[in-house]
Design a protein around this ligand. Structure first.
Ligand code: HEM
Ligand code: HEM
Length: 203
């Protein structure tokens, strides 16, 4: 939760205490979209009524939109980096944050690709609505479809668990440590918060 995906690189990072407006907008927009996707997925799994078709017709285009936004976000992240971490953040928390942020980025890209690949292997047309149909990215293969379906389903649980951990870490920074990490990603700036994210020479 509390650090970047790697070494903050640019000179711009050293003085910045918040993520850029684009990074914050993408973060909160995608958080809402991904949580919706997880619940829509579970809804699809638990109904055999015609609502299934409505849910799938939202799940597919929203999932592909998440893929596009995740790639855009990765580009923005590589270009602008992250604000430096609080100097007193313990090393295990830094490591936990780096690993969990990498995992979240990976899942934001892998989950939609798995959905796309799974439908390709099943031989289904991947219709997104508005006349848009994606080409298959795999040849039809029933065994592969079963493997990809199982991966899509199991990784969804991993994704959910990681998001809960991430949320808990965010609240820990906001309410317990009050170290400015939450404010760095908060949609709006709140100057009344006592914590601050102090850059250090090492970062
Ligand atoms: C689907 C849900 C979410 C996903 C996939 C997600 C993903 C991420 C990722 C990948 C980062 C690293 C940013 C970067 O280095 O570019 C991040 C940072 C952050 N997220 Fe989330 N997030 C989600 C929801 C939330 C929620 C609900 C909170 C509220 C507590 C939150 C709070 C934060 C904070 C405070 C940071 C900044 C961490 C730092 O300064 O290093 N996130 N998030
Ligand atoms: C961030 C992106 C995505 C998330 C978080 C997500 C999540 C989920 C979840 C939680 C389920 C229910 C799992 C289960 O059956 O146990 C599911 C099912 C499904 N997903 Fe996704 N998904 C994503 C992207 C996609 C994409 C892009 C497609 C296709 C283009 C897709 C196609 C499907 C299909 C067809 C099912 C239903 C499988 C069935 O009926 O058994 N998903 N997804």
């Amino acid at each position: 939760m509390s650090t970047s995906l790697g070494t903050p690189g640019t000179a711009r990072d050293i003085v910045r205490t918040r993520f850029t407006a684009t990074q914050r907008t993408l973060h909160w927009l995608m958080a809402a979209a991904i949580l919706a996707m997880l619940f829509i997925g579970v809804g699809m799994k638990s109904t055999i009524t015609p609502k299934y078709l409505t849910l799938v017709s939202i799940h597919k285009p929203l999932g592909i939109a998440i893929l596009v936004l995740a790639l855009l976000r990765l580009g923005v992240r590589l270009r602008f980096g992250t604000p430096p971490l609080p100097a007193d953040l313990p090393a295990p928390m830094r490591l936990g944050a780096v690993l969990s942020h990498w995992a979240l980025y990976a899942l934001m890209i892998v989950m939609p690709l798995l959905g796309w690949a799974m439908l390709s292997a099943a031989g289904y047309p991947i219709r997104l609505g508005a006349g848009i149909t994606l080409p298959p990215i795999l040849a039809q293969d029933d065994h592969l479809h079963a493997v990809l379906w199982s991966l899509h389903s199991n990784l969804a649980f991993v994704f959910f668990a990681l998001i809960l951990l991430h949320l808990a870490a965010g609240l820990f920074h906001a309410l317990v440590r009050r170290d400015g990490v939450f404010e760095a990603m908060a949609p709006v700036s709140d100057n009344s918060v006592p914590g601050h994210r102090t850059p250090t020479a090492a970062e």
